[in-house]
Design a protein around this ligand. Structure first.
Ligand code: CO
Length: 192
């Protein structure tokens, strides 16, 4: 398992509702935490590791021995309040940063790996992370939410990622879109 970078097609895939959790999925989540910490991240969505499932892992402390680890399955955001602009980055777009405006406070509901409901009003960094990760599950990247000026500023970096991916496709190092979608459908059939 590895983190896929923009413009990998799975990052644009609308992830499917998870209907069952098995030992393998629990192992996948543990591995997602490892990859997240390794890359110095605080959140990682399933489609960033090429899985079409509505779940993500996060720990706002960003370190395995600090903060609290959460696996959120089938997350839903409601009751957005206020709005705040903050700089964001993404493990699928390493090195790219930009300001994104988001609601400051939200109500967040999801399920944990053992089927418990999590429902809490969140604000600050925690609220921002879960909104960023939930966006991933809908195929949305933080750069999509930047202002037009912000988008222009990161365009050269995005171009470079697109160029690299194009090269890997041409060299047969990356699967074509049809192969990616077919694999995603198989995983969906197992868990959704
Ligand atoms: Co991200």
């Amino acid at each position: 398992m590895k983190i896929v970078h923009y413009p990998h097609p799975t990052l644009r895939y609308n992830s499917a509702t998870v209907r069952q959790v098995d030992a393998e999925l629990k192992k996948i989540c543990a591995e997602m935490f490892d990859l997240m910490y390794e890359a110095n991240g605080i959140g990682l969505a399933a489609n960033q590791v090429d899985l079409p499932l509505r779940l993500f892992v996060c720990n706002v402390a960003g370190k395995p021995d600090e903060g609290e680890e959460f696996v959120f399955i089938n997350p839903v955001v409601s009751r957005p309040k206020g709005n705040e602009e903050k700089e964001e980055g993404c493990l699928s777009l390493p090195g790219v940063y930009g300001a994104v405006r988001r609601p400051e406070t939200i109500t967040f509901q999801a399920y944990t790996l053992d089927g418990q409901e999590f429902k809490q009003e969140l604000s600050g960094m925690f609220a921002r992370v879960v909104q960023h990760e939930l966006d991933h599950l809908n195929g949305v990247l933080f750069t999509d939410r930047m202002t037009e000026t912000g988008k222009l500023a990161v365009r050269p970096e995005l171009d470079e990622f697109e160029y690299d991916y194009e090269l890997r496709l041409r060299n047969g190092e990356a699967p074509d879109d049809d192969a990616v979608v077919q694999r995603l459908k198989e995983i969906e059939a197992k868990y959704c």
